[in-house]
Design a protein around this ligand. Sequence first.
Ligand code: BGC
Length: 267
Amino acid sequence: MKISLDGQVALVTGGSSGIGAASAKALAQVGAAVVINYHSNAEPAEQLADEIKAAGGRAIAVGADVGDEQAVEQLFAKTIEAFGRLDILVANSGLQRDAPSHEMTLKDWNMVIQTNLTGQFLCARAAIQQFLKQGVNAELSRAAGKIIHMSSVHEVIPWAGHVNYAASKGGVSLMMKTLAQEVAEKRIRINSIAPGAIATAINEDVTGNEEGRRELLKLIPYKRVGDVEDIGNAVVWLASDLSDYVVGTTLFVDGGMCLYPGFQDNG
Ligand code: BGC
């Protein structure tokens, strides 16, 4: 069995690093043209686009703050201008601003909600508008379009010291399901991926040192920290027709982190 997204166009928000960059690469490897969105750091996004083009693929880098309504409209307009259509949105942009709740500023609360939840909504809304315009093109896919929200194990696991982040991901969970229920009859497929501990810049303070890793592994039954490719592979599957009957689901890619590892020899 071979997955091909030839002729399809994918937009990956927050695509210049970490999970977003791995998703963009993986989608390009199976033939999709990719729009690599970045927030402020153009260089790594441009580099990734060059890499994809050098390997024979199609890619562009486009800057936009996903929490800004107008910027999102421009991002989608540039996508259509460059590649003529959109088939896959990976709503991936996300950030953390951690603090105990009694010390958390409104600015840090708002910033995380704005990017992680409102940003995903604005991008999903724009993608749905485009998919409704296009309809199904059976030569490309059984669906009119696919949206993959990047959630987190923290859509179900409470996380002390990260209330803004956990609230944003809990929000992504019901937003995804509600959108999926709403537009499934139009053959628009919406799902989420909930990564566990994937080594990226977002958790370098923990995954970047031996003691942090040792403590983290206690929370992972499969006893390895995840790689960005683990998520890129899941993105490709959810974007392809191999998952055509998967609608409104969160796919946990977490080495078993959600299995209450504390109960392994306890309780
Ligand atoms: C967070 C990471 C964390 C992981 C597991 C992710 O959503 O962004 O910082 O390591 O969840 O707790």
